[in-house]
Design a protein around this ligand. Structure first.
Ligand code: KG4
Ligand code: ZN
Length: 351
């Protein structure tokens, strides 16, 4: 059983031997819309209300009962502290009551594991582009649960999803911004405005080729809107042009990472991987570069419980150590390993 409560989604999923048996998802997104972003206390309260109903709904969806549960994985970070705490409390309670082992896992490793539910085990090595609301990273992965994960690059400032959310707000497209821009951009011209491609081209300094920065691009859109949109240019055109800049940067750098490290599989995961233009452009450019592309189905891109069950299932099958009973939240956890709070005596030999 996997439990996810790091942000505004209460997700529960069941996975056995790499197969998704069933899952359930509740979202408090509507309760945050009027604030223009997730309010931690509101999210935490919604998790409290949705937790047990989602466990029961996922059990029903998977045609399982609680006594079938063999292990529990729960997101321990990164994420909102109060939201994470609800999932951890629930996971510990179920683990204690059912007398099964518990695994504290990293949310972003869950995003990567989501793809295995659709496309099977990850090849070794692969490059993983994680694009979520809080993170944008290029990773070199050999064994998602057995080895330290190598960060090829991370964003210097805003994450890609955060840029989508902020630009959507300034264009008056509402929250959450990613899906809103995705929709608006379908009616717009991606070549209408030449927004900058941060840290790309001749201006990028040596060593910055794989790095990301989206805050300047967001500011460029803000300046453009402030000075008054040119005649004949619609909000949809601005959305499409912004989206095109983000997608161009993401796909170019991900392909460069594959080329630089001699890797022939690219995996794109996280909420922004649900973006239609990103999926289409990556497919096109990977095909012409001879790189095998893997992207999870849309519903497994954004936060869910199935992805946490998927990483838990991988940890169980690899014989990973059980997390100590007293583990807690790690709200700013960096993705070095899929599992958080690994007992130190077993950690050393793995390094
Ligand atoms: O992975 P995720 O569900 O939560 C985090 O771990 O952060 O990612 C959420 C982010 C949000 O910023 C949201 O706007 C973005 O993913 N997102 C999208 C799309 N769907 C969700 N961005 C662009 N296009 C989409 N279709
Ligand atoms: Zn996420």
């Amino acid at each position: 059983m996997g439990i996810e409560t790091s942000c505004d989604e209460t997700g529960v999923g069941f996975v056995r031997d790499g197969v998704l048996l069933g899952d359930a998802l509740a979202s408090s997104m509507d309760e945050h819309a009027r604030f223009g972003g997730v309010v931690p206390e509101v999210a935490a309260r919604a998790h409290v209300n949705a937790m047990v109903p989602m466990v029961n709904a996922a059990l029903e969806n998977a045609s399982l009962s609680l006594k079938d549960v063999g292990a529990i994985a729960v997101t321990a970070g990164p994420g909102l502290t109060s939201a994470l705490q609800v999932g951890i409390a629930a996971a510990k309670s179920y683990a204690l009551a059912l007398d099964v082992p518990i695994y504290a896992v990293h949310h972003l490793a869950g995003h990567a594991a989501a793809d295995t539910l659709e496309h099977g085990p990850l090849p070794s090595p692969c490059v993983i582009l994680i694009v979520s609301g809080g993170h944008t990273s290029l990773l070199l992965v050999r064994d998602l649960v057995g080895e330290r994960i190598v960060h090829l690059s991370d964003t210097w400032d805003d994450a890609a999803g955060e840029a989508f959310d902020k630009v959507a707000r300034l264009l008056g497209l509402g929250y959450p911004g990613g899906p809103a821009i995705d929709r608006a951009a379908r009616e717009g011209d991606p070549r209408a405005i030449a927004f900058p491609r941060p840290l790309m081209g001749p201006l990028a300094k040596a060593g910055q080729e794989l790095e990301f920065s989206f805050s300047g691009l967001k500011t460029a859109v803000a300046r453009y809107v402030e000075k008054g949109v040119d005649p004949g240019i619609s909000t949809n055109d601005v959305a499409a042009s912004f989206q095109e800049a983000v997608v161009d940067v993401l796909v170019s750098k991900a392909l460069l990472a594959c080329r630089t490290h001699g890797v022939d599989t690219l995996v794109i995961v996280g909420g922004v991987a649900a973006n239609k233009r990103l999926r289409d452009s990556a497919e096109e450019r990977c095909a012409s570069a001879g790189v095998h592309l893997r992207v999870p189905p849309m519903r497994l891109c954004t936060d869910n419980g199935a992805m946490i069950a998927a990483i838990g299932d991988l940890l169980v099958r690899s014989g990973s150590p059980i997390s100590p009973n007293d583990f807690t939240v790690d709200p700013a956890a960096v993705l070095h390993r899929a599992q958080l709070f690994i007992p130190s005596e077993v950690l050393e030999p793995l390094v």
